[in-house]
Design a protein around this ligand. Sequence first.
Ligand code: 5GP
Ligand code: MN
Length: 323
Amino acid sequence: MKRIDEILCGVKTTAIAGHVRPDGDCTGSCMGLYLYLKENYPQIQVDVYLEEVRPEYDHISKIDQAKCICDEEKKYDLLIILDASSKDRVGVAASLLDTAAKTVCIDHHVTNLGYCMVNHVSDKASSSCEVLFDLLDEEKISSDCAAALYTGIVTDTGVFQYSCTSPHTMRVAAKLMEMGIPFSKIIDRAFFQKTYEQNQLMGRTLMESIMILDKRCIIGIVRQRELDFYGLTPGDMDGIVNQLKNTKGVHVALFLYELKPQVFKVSMRSDELVDVSSIAAVYGGGGHVRAAGCTMTGSPYDVINNISLYIEKQLLSHEGKNA
Ligand code: 5GP
Ligand code: MN
């Protein structure tokens, strides 16, 4: 018996939910599970909650059925949360954590401490889609479900580039390809394609970026007024921090964007020298060793001064020096 059958045993109603500002892995895993349950368990009534669906994930079947407002009165037998590493990251369906009879988390974040009744967390997996795939019965995965799961794997691995990509990831992706998905289109739509305005903001952010710590750390900053000027939202800036990190000689990229005056979301990317998840955790955030984030208050300079101390400490310890 596949573990999904154990999870669903005796369940009549299920809610599926992801995290705030859902990315490709969150959207792909929530929709992949939704499609799988719809197609194979017609006796179970299932709802999927996703805060806002980004246009780059439009190719996912039945994405228009995702609910962005939670029915708090509804009592579910089971709540399955995907890709959310902590309670405070759970998006629109957070209230269901207190009312659902059983809660299950499927995730791959090293900072996940297990906040559900049952937790399937594998920090070695590339993505929550990969963890989910391993819980499902391969024979029952349709091409629509496969396309959703492939979307999450592609986006969380940077198209199979980041170090979270393993031989197992490639085997899972190969199996999904064999299910007849339009993989080139998915990669282009979900990862590479940007609007003209997104590219303009990326270009401007790179042009105005600054280097610190002997050019080993690069920083990009976007203020709310710039987002407003281009008519963009925070979700439109995916990819900027990775492009900053592509700078030769840089070990850490920091990308700050203003959520409101004196409040910044900080995205961090690193290579093998620096563990950014531990730095994000100091400020109440989390994520992965090489990709993490947190929210901080103060001016951009306060944020940079605070975080750069931790980065410098880790870089110096690699050189055998104490900060
Ligand atoms: P990104 O920089 O792309 O927003 O996020 C990188 C990774 O860090 C993702 O896996 C994301 O889930 C995690 N992350 C980003 N911001 C936060 C945060 O505020 N809290 C926690 N726990 N994780 C975060
Ligand atoms: Mn993920």
